[in-house]
Design a protein around this ligand. Structure first.
Ligand code: DQA
Length: 143
C-alpha cells in the first residue's frame, strides 16, 4: 500500500509557528515518525508540502493510479478551496482529511471544511498523532 501525505500552506513553519496550537515538532520530525511507523507496517509513504494551491491540485491529480490513499492536511485551504475538493473527486483516490489542531474548537471560520464531504473521514486534534492515526486509518480505507 502506498500513502501520499500532502501538507498545505504554512505547515513548513511547524516548530516555530504558534507552538501553543501546533506543538513544537517540525514537519520533518512528523515525517520521520510517520516513516518509522509506516516501515513497521510495510506501508510506502510519499510526504510533501506546498504553500501553493495549484501545486497541491497537481499532486492530487497525480495520485490517481500512483497512490492507494491520500492523507491531506490542506491547512488554510481546507476552509476555502473548491479546487482541492474538485481534485479529490476527480482523482477518485480515497482521501483522509487531517489537522493537528481541533478545528471545531477554534475560530468559527475553521469549523467549515470544503474537503471533508469528499473525504472518507476526518482526524483532527491529536497534534502529530493525527498523522499517525491517519496511517492506521489508511489501512482501513484502502481495502
Ligand atoms: C490546520 C488547521 C487549519 O485551520 C490551519 O489553517 C492550519 C493548520 C491544522 O493542522 O490544525 O494551517 O490544518
Amino acid at each position: 500500500m502506498k500513502v501520499l501525505f500532502l501538507n498545505g500552506p504554512n505547515l513548513n513553519l511547524l516548530g516555530t509557528r504558534e507552538p501553543e496550537v501546533y506543538g513544537r515538532q517540525t514537519l520533518a520530525d512528523i515525517e520521520r515518525e510517520v516513516r518509522a511507523r509506516a516501515l513497521a507496517r510495510g506501508i510506502e509513504v510519499d510526504f510533501r508540502q506546498s504553500n501553493h494551491e495549484g501545486e497541491l491540485v497537481d499532486w492530487i491529480q497525480q495520485a490517481r493510479g500512483s497512490a492507494d490513499v491520500l492523507v491531506l492536511n490542506a491547512a488554510a485551504y481546507t476552509h476555502t478551496s473548491v479546487a482541492l475538493r474538485d481534485a479529490i473527486v476527480a482523482a477518485a483516490v480515497p482521501a483522509i482529511e487531517i489537522h493537528l489542531s481541533n478545528i471545531h474548537a477554534r475560530e468559527e471560520f475553521r469549523h467549515r471544511s470544503l474537503v471533508a464531504p469528499v473525504c472518507r473521514g476526518v482526524i483532527c486534534g491529536f497534534g502529530a498523532g493525527s498523522y499517525l492515526l491517519a496511517l492506521e486509518a489508511a489501512g482501513m480505507v484502502s481495502a
